[in-house]
Design a protein around this ligand. Structure first.
Ligand code: GYE
Length: 333
């Protein structure tokens, strides 16, 4: 954190110079302790409010952010909101109070952010949305949104099913495990998938419920689905973790995952890719959690008052079982 905010970049250069001078004079006096606090070390301070630790994706995302901040020389104030919007709002207010230079966050749900975003704007602190977006009509409340196209992930999942489902012998019953209710990836993946499968009226979603993006949630809801529906042909899970949880329920019900029930998920984290390579999943639409390096770059740019694109989309692909086998040895997360 720096004591003044504006003009930020030139001020930091001056602060850095002052720090260098201080350090060298301290060293000259035989005192290697600079005595400098985080408050005046001239480093860019980024306040980051993370959703939680609900999935393998989230863990990889947190590591990426922490590692990239360290590599970029950015002081990171990291807060885990435990999947609660109220915690995120509290964290953002704390960051404002601490006068961080930039705030970034991954909004747990899409709605209800205008007030706190306005507070950040009034305090002159730029905000970056990462991973998930908000539905605020006022786009001036944040500088940019870095993350995936979740509608596309849902659509690619649905298109794979259109191409691979055996619909000639009657209807194909699909159950859907949704992500956290009200979150952008749950809303958008549901939408993209539904739009794609509408091309074949034999593909029917017979049950759809939230498993909150967790393994435990996926398992529990899949157990209910299996009890309530005698014929389930396909599971579309909004992330790998819920799919992995559902595997346990499917096996316990005496069915063979990947054969009796076709399983499509999103993310492509290691455990998901392993299940795909092992033939337990059938298809994964990738969603990359490695957003750290781009986020740090953006934080530096917005702090320096530079223009950044309003939307930066993550590049990603899809995996079949054969492709997962090939990609797995080099998978980083
Ligand atoms: O797909 C899921 C996580 O927002 C893209 O959140 C992220 C999603 C990801 O819990 O595993």
């Amino acid at each position: 954190m720096r004591k003044m905010r504006s003009p930020s970049a030139p001020w930091r250069a001056a602060a850095l110079l002052a720090t260098v001078l201080l350090v060298s004079s301290a060293t000259a006096c035989g005192n290697s302790d600079t005595g400098g606090s985080a408050a005046d070390d001239g480093k860019l301070t980024l306040g980051f409010s993370q959703v939680g630790a609900e999935s393998g994706w989230r863990t990889a995302n947190t590591i990426s952010i922490k590692d990239s901040a360290a590599a970029a020389g950015i002081e990171l104030k990291f807060d885990d909101a435990q999947q609660k919007q109220e915690n995120q709002i509290k964290a953002i207010r704390n960051f404002i109070q601490q006068k961080v230079d930039v705030i970034a966050f991954s909004p747990v749900v899409e709605s209800g952010w205008d007030t706190v975003l306005k507070e950040a704007k009034d305090a002159g602190i730029p905000v970056i949305l990462t991973d998930r977006s908000v539905d605020s009509a006022d786009k001036s409340l944040y500088k940019t949104f870095l993350g995936s196209d979740f509608v596309k992930e849902g659509r690619l999942s649905g298109e794979w099913l259109i191409a691979n489902a055996k619909t000639t012998s009657g209807p194909v019953n699909i159950v859907e495990l949704q992500g956290t209710t009200g979150s952008a990836p749950a809303n958008d993946r549901k939408k993209g998938f539904a739009e794609a499968i509408a091309a074949n009226p034999n593909l029917k979603i017979v049950a759809s419920q939230s498993g909150d993006f967790t393994r435990a949630g996926g398992k529990q809801v899949m157990e209910q689905f299996l009890k309530a529906n005698t014929k389930i042909d396909v599971l579309f899970a909004h992330n790998d973790d819920m799919g992995l949880g559902a595997l346990e329920a499917i096996t316990a019900a005496g069915k063979v995952p990947g054969k009796d029930i076709t399983i499509i998920t999103v993310d492509a984290v290691k455990d998901g890719m392993q299940a795909l390579a092992d033939g337990k999943f059938n298809f994964i639409a990738e969603c990359s959690p490695l957003l750290g390096p781009q986020l740090m770059d953006l934080a530096k740019k917005v702090d320096a008052g530079q223009e950044v694109p309003a939307r930066i989309e993550t590049e990603e692909t899809t995996f079949t079982q054969a492709q997962a086998k090939e990609a797995l040895p080099n998978r980083k997360y």
